[in-house]
Design a protein around this ligand. Structure first.
Ligand code: PLP
Length: 401
């Protein structure tokens, strides 16, 4: 499938480039704002043009991004909002109302973040005061635990079950046993990096079983890619008035990772506690207009969803036929069991200009791969087959899941 953005994308990018003025940047600039690890340091020493060329040449399957970028409708709305670049007070596209309407809640139930990352930080800062702990699984989206450490708080990390599901009974037990110390519970659903969902009945079991004043942050960054009927969004629990914070992002399905917009839906009392910790002026005028338009353009979202589901099926089937077990995936990425340590393998892929996910301890023999364009996925599977010899068809977790 091709998702094309044609002229409008070039016009928008051109506009931004002209506005910030490339000439001001020299070698050493942190061009790759979100890239992690040694590669970033090495690139920082390169001349900018070389670093950009290296980035452009790579198949970018490391960060679970949307390979197509935002749809034309969103780019148009953002380009139109560029005229507010010089303002503090400006019409914001009605973004909060649009989100509230989308979920059938009141605007007072919504708070914006510069990406859902800001929602995760805000939750940490709000609920881990006084040395409280966050309870969640490992591996999961580790940023929540990193923020906790930054705030001098701690995490209680629970192992996954043998089939990589989150162990909800153990979580319930842990929360009850540590009730006084628990600041909040973190559920990443579907989980990153395993790509596996927690069925709705288990989310409910958790909410029904733990003390009702313990907040539960449910991170639904990959919500739009799920086709498993046992999964449901947790927004209805917010409407019931439970202490649930649902985090969503425009980075994945809409392709706005570089523009930073996310939000939380939660009871007003919870939002009121979080709001003092929101960055003032953290979200720009342009992305607010883009986000509001993105909620209207459901057809564009459906295209990305269908492409992603088909592609993840195709690539995981190919790896299974090659003899490698893949985990059942409900997201725009998947995990493949490679049977050896992942760190040197990541480097081998990099030499072939294919960027794949970082290590996720304790699953150090699983490789996380994002769904990219058709070309990127073809380059990934070709590289995979060069690095890993064919084995008999794997009996896969996907078959079981
Ligand atoms: N939550 C999960 C589970 C993620 O995987 C990510 C990013 O990859 C985020 C949150 C943060 O995304 P953003 O800050 O771009 O909204």
């Amino acid at each position: 499938m091709t998702v094309k953005n044609n002229l409008s994308r070039r016009q928008f990018v051109g506009g931004v480039a002209a506005a910030i003025g490339y000439a001001g940047f020299g070698p050493g600039v942190d061009l790759f704002a979100q890239s992690r690890g040694a590669g970033q340091a090495a690139r920082a020493k390169m001349p900018l043009s070389e670093a950009v060329a290296e980035y452009e040449a790579a198949a970018k399957l490391a960060n679970n991004e949307n390979p197509f970028g935002p749809p034309d409708s969103v780019i148009k709305a953002m380009t139109g909002a560029f005229k507010y670049a010089n303002r503090y007070g400006y019409p914001d596209g009605g973004i909060v109302d649009a989100i509230a309407e989308h979920h059938g809640v009141k605007p007072e139930n919504v708070i914006l973040g510069a990406g859902s990352s800001e929602i995760l930080t805000m939750t940490d800062t709000t609920f881990l005061q006084g040395g409280k702990k966050v309870v969640g699984v490992e591996p999961t989206y580790n940023t929540v635990y990193q923020y906790a450490t930054n705030s001098k708080a701690d995490a209680i990390k629970l192992p996954l079950l043998k089939d990589y599901q989150q162990d909800i009974p153990l979580m319930i037990h842990t929360v009850k046993a540590n009730y006084r110390d628990v600041g909040f519970v973190y559920l990443c659903n579907p989980n990153n990096p395993t790509a596996i969902v927690i069925p709705n009945r288990e989310v409910k079991q958790l909410l029904d079983s733990i003390p009702e004043d313990v907040p539960v942050l449910i991170d639904e960054a990959y919500h739009h890619f799920v086709d498993d009927p046992s999964y449901e969004t947790a927004v209805p629990y917010v409407k019931e008035g439970r202490q649930v914070i649902v985090a969503r992002t425009f980075s994945k399905i809409v392709g706005l990772a570089g523009m930073r917009l996310g939000y939380a839906v939660a009871p007003k009392t919870v939002i009121d506690r979080m709001r003092p910790f929101a960055m003032s002026y953290g979200i720009n005028a342009i992305v607010k207009w883009g986000g509001a338009e993105a909620l209207r353009d459901t057809a564009a979202q459906e295209k990305v969803r269908t492409y992603t589901i088909n592609m993840r099926k195709k690539v995981t089937a190919e790896l299974q036929a090659h003899g490698y077990e893949t985990l059942p995936t409900q997201t725009n990425f998947f995990m493949v069991h490679i049977g050896r340590e992942v760190v040197p393998v990541i480097e081998e892929f990099k030499k072939k200009k294919v960027l794949v996910g970082r290590p996720f301890p304790p699953m150090t023999q699983h490789l996380r791969v994002s769904i990219g364009t058709e070309d990127e996925m073809a380059r990934f599977t070709a590289a995979f087959k060069e690095i890993f010899p064919a084995k008999g068809k794997a009996s896969t977790a996907a078959d079981r899941g």
